[in-house]
Every structure is written in C-alpha cells, then in structure tokens.
Design a protein around this ligand. Sequence first.
Ligand SMILES: Cc1cc2nc3c(=O)[nH]c(=O)nc-3n(C[C@H](O)[C@H](O)[C@H](O)COP(=O)(O)O)c2cc1C
Length: 197
Amino acid sequence: MGNFESLITARRSTRKFNDQLLSAEEVKKIIQAALLAPTSKNCKSYEFVVVEDKIMLQQLSVCKNSGSAFLAECTLAVVVLGNQQTTDIWVEDAAIAATYMQLQAEDLNIGSCWCHIRNRLLGDASSEQLIRDLLEIPDHFGVLCIIGFGYKNQERDPNDLSKLIWEKVHIGRFPPAVYVAPYNGGEGVAATSSNKL
Ligand SMILES: Cc1cc2nc3c(=O)[nH]c(=O)nc-3n(C[C@H](O)[C@H](O)[C@H](O)COP(=O)(O)O)c2cc1C
C-alpha cells in the first residue's frame, strides 16, 4: 500500500475470512500498531487480549445479541480493554488503538472488523461481563470491542470518494447551512437566506 489516502479509501470491514493463519510477524505488527497509539496524558490505559484459539473464537462469536458471528471465522481476535482506574477516557484511548490495528492490518492486506462490546447485551446479560468472565479479566477493565482479523475471503469495493457526505462538515460555526463545496472541488453552495457565512 503506497500512501495513507489509498489505505483509508481501500479499507472496508471484512467479515469473511479464509483459514490461513497470520504469520507471527503480521500479528506482531498489528499489536505493535496498538501499542503505538496515542493515549490521554500518555497514560497507556489500554490492554489487549490476543486470541487465536478456535474454541475461544467460537465462544467470543456468541457474546452479544447480534453482530459478533463473524468472530467464529477469523483467525485472530484482539480484545481491546481499558483500565478504568487509570483514566476516565479509557474508551477514547482504546478506540484509537483499535483503529490503529485495523489500519495496520489493511496495510498488510489483512481483513478486519470491529465487534462492539461496551454497552452491548447477550439476552439481558452484559456482554462486557461475559467477556471478562471468559478471559479472566479483572473488573476494573472496561471491554470496548473485539477486533477480528484474518486473510480476506471476500472482495469489497473501496470507499467511493464521490459519496462522501460533505454536508456533515460545518465551516466556522454549526448553523444553519454548510458551505463545503470549495473543499470538495466544486464551485460552492449558494448561500441560503439564513446562511451568513
Ligand atoms: C464503533 C464501531 C462499532 C462497530 N460494531 C460492529 C459490530 O458489532 N459488528 C459488526 O459486524 N461490525 C461493526 N462495526 C463495523 C461497521 O458496521 C462498519 O465499519 C461500517 O458499516 C462501515 O463499513 P466499512 O467498515 O466497510 O467502511 C463497527 C464499527 C465501529 C466503528
């Protein structure tokens, strides 16, 4: 992968994987990316549980009501934790580390997908607690997500830059209209009566 723009354009969630195991070097690079992620006050509140055991992957794949089944097919899962005693913004630290891992994986042409755990349920039970019990994680660690990895067994179209929702971007202040076309190569959006930009 040549440059960062190509990387983030190409990255799509992969939920279908083949059986080929990642090499030790690839796993190392993915974990290294997580450890390179910035954290609030450099507190490094994150921790990670690396899972390759197929039986455990199967158990993780049924840890919430929906959206976790793909974990049964992946060859590597990294459970992303945050120490709630270290900082009140462990979620942000953990999310950045998770994203770094996904981008590093894409750079290696390895597929990945985020399985969200925090605030999710299996039946009426907390998925977070279920994962803590399964992996013997102390209670003061929050479980943000599990990132599943593997060699891709599906083709996905890259992101389409022409479909980006530039209207999400507000220039200078939020209301009432957006004026983003110049950043998107266009001629500019006609100001509305209430657009005082
Ligand atoms: C915070 C977050 C939570 C997500 N949770 C899940 C999930 O539980 N299960 C799942 O299959 N995908 C999950 N995803 C993947 C999204 O569905 C996916 O990123 C989104 O549809 C955009 O598709 P793309 O990644 O192919 O661009 C999650 C993504 C994020 C960023």
